[in-house]
Design a protein around this ligand. Structure first.
Ligand code: C5P
Length: 314
């Protein structure tokens, strides 16, 4: 849809919202529950690799994503679902056109869909001048997906339950990352199911308790954080995409302090000593032929928030 599309109002003011991606520094997966979810203990960490949404009042609701590859269209788009749920819960609002400038890899284990949902909630709450606090937005976000509350909160946080019950984690660490994007994505339910299957066969081993990671974050030393990285879903992601083993080896050979599959993958996140080292690791990894593309990023980054700007004209 072009900016002059007839579905837009001629001169409606809009809002721009930025929402962060995440890596799980630590992810322990417990048993599957009656609702089909698994109990988690996880440490989320928000990165400045972010999606940006422009939300504008329109005659008809629409969601456009650039680039569009692999992003669910129409009713299945989580940002559109977020707008509908918010309108329903608050009995307010009206049709909006959402433009997503996508930076977060699609189906990459970095919660890109959840970021877009969080941004849509924050953006529409501002646009419709709703009297909602963060806690109320989080309650609505939780219904959209387990990772949406963290996309609203940002920073570094301990997640329990489905990963949606959050408490902030104290850290002085500024962490520099290289992200290795894989060819294609992985379905989150498929990766959880693969872990269940591997466990029925008696493996793989579970990650150690979370205390080591929390102590490393409190200390703020990237090397200690790297030593404490762990993800129960990694074995399942590698089982479904065995090429990830080569990516993990290549990043560590390039000088990263440590690497971990991000969430359910297939993006691999490499923690580096500092920004300079991240640049060098990214350059070497890009030439290794073990991933589709690489990006550098830093964290912690803030949660979904409106970007102050002059009004968007439709
Ligand atoms: O909540 P969300 O839509 O992000 O979850 C996608 C799927 O990932 C769930 O339907 C479930 O299969 C799996 N999942 C899980 N346990 C969690 C989070 C997600 O099994 N704690």
């Amino acid at each position: 849809m072009s900016p002059s599309s007839p579905t837009r109002l001629p001169a409606g003011p809009g809002v721009r919202v930025r929402a962060p991606s995440k890596v799980n520094l630590y992810l322990a997966v417990g048993d599957v529950r009656d609702d089909g979810y698994h109990d988690l203990v996880t440490v989320f960490h928000a990165l400045d690799l972010a999606d940006e949404l422009t939300i504008t009042p329109a005659r008809r609701s629409s969601v456009r994503c650039t680039p569009a590859d692999g992003v669910p269209a129409g009713a299945k788009n989580l940002a559109g679902m977020a707008v509908r749920l918010l309108a329903q819960r608050t009995r307010s609002g009206g049709p909006v056109a959402i433009d997503i400038a996508k930076q977060i890899p699609v189906a990459g284990g970095m919660a890109g869909g959840s970021a877009d949902a969080a941004a849509a909630l924050v953006g529409c709450a501002a646009l419709w001048e709703l009297d909602l606090d963060r806690r109320q937005l989080t309650e609505i976000g939780r219904e959209l997906g387990a990772d949406v509350p963290f996309a609203l909160a940002g920073g570094t946080a301990l997640g329990t339950g489905r990963g949606d019950l959050l408490s902030p984690v104290m850290t002085r660490a500024r962490l520099h990352w290289v992200l290795a994007m894989a060819e294609g994505g992985l379905s989150t339910p498929a990766v959880f199911a693969e872990l269940d299957r591997l466990r029925e066969q008696g493996n793989p081993p579970r990650v150690k308790p979370v205390d080591t990671m929390l102590a490393a974050l409190a200390g703020g030393e990237p090397a200690a954080v790297a030593a404490a990285l762990g993800n129960d879903l990694q074995a399942a992601a590698v089982s479904l995409q065995p090429e990830l083993r080569r990516t993990l080896r290549a990043g560590e050979a390039a000088g990263a302090l440590g690497g971990v599959v991000s969430g359910s993958g297939p993006t691999v996140a490499f923690l580096c000593a500092d920004a300079e080292s991240a640049g060098a690791v990214a350059a070497e990894l890009a030439g290794s032929g073990t991933c589709r593309s690489v990006r550098v990023a830093a964290g912690p980054a803030p949660g979904a928030r409106v970007i102050p700007t002059s009004p968007v004209r439709g």
